[in-house]
Write a protein that binds this ligand. Sequence first.
Ligand code: MLT
Length: 268
Amino acid sequence: MPTTTVDGTEIAYGDHGSGPPLVLIHAFPLSRWMWSPQVEALSGSYRVITPDLRGFGSSPPFGDRQEARMDRLAADVLGVLDSLELETAVVGGLSMGGYVTMSLMAQAPQRLDAVILADTRAGVDTDEVRHRRSAQQVQVAEKGAGSIAGSMVSTLLSPATVQADPGLADRVVEAISSASAAGVIGALEAMKGRADSVDVLARSDVPALVVVGGEDALTPVSEAEAMVGALRQGQLVVIPGAGHLSNLENPEAFNSAVVSFLATLDRP
Ligand code: MLT
């Protein structure tokens, strides 16, 4: 698995296929593993690049909590593009990956051919959510990432998915449990401090696909509609039956939305 050194840290990433580059950024607290169905389906026509954000998969965590910032995670993704000598790419992210993508829209819009914002939101955390994240940081520091896996999986996947595909629920629990405590704590810190991106969306003139699971309980369809409302060039696709992890829960519909969107882009 390739790595590149960005700001003194070895960032790991998957790099599959060839063709126009498509960077996919994972959700919290998962890793590039979650993009397996997209790598499989899309790498025949696209170069699919899947970074492990700091603290997840094979990338080491932030050195300390003060460094844990969303714009640092976005800069890491730019570092991966730089090391691959890719001036621009389509960049997509799901949930926390969407926050990273919006940070890229703010700091380096010229590097983006288009964006995919899946199961995410443009606004900042409410005080209540920040409070919950702080409590999770304490819990994970004491008991490890596995201690939040059971409660998280039922909010990540729709009830229909859990019933139809218990194997997927097991794999998600396993993925959360294998995350490092330092990685989870750092990502929670970065999410608590992230900037509001509503104006970023309103200013952006890159084509944007907004995708959301029809049953997403964490970032519901109303959040996706608000993002499309803010964007100048946004289009919405609702993935039927899927919860928050729409790309894993209904990969056929998710992939088909992405392929149709990519086909509309005017690029070499
Ligand atoms: C995610 O899936 O990345 C998280 O649900 C994002 C969040 O907690 O805001």
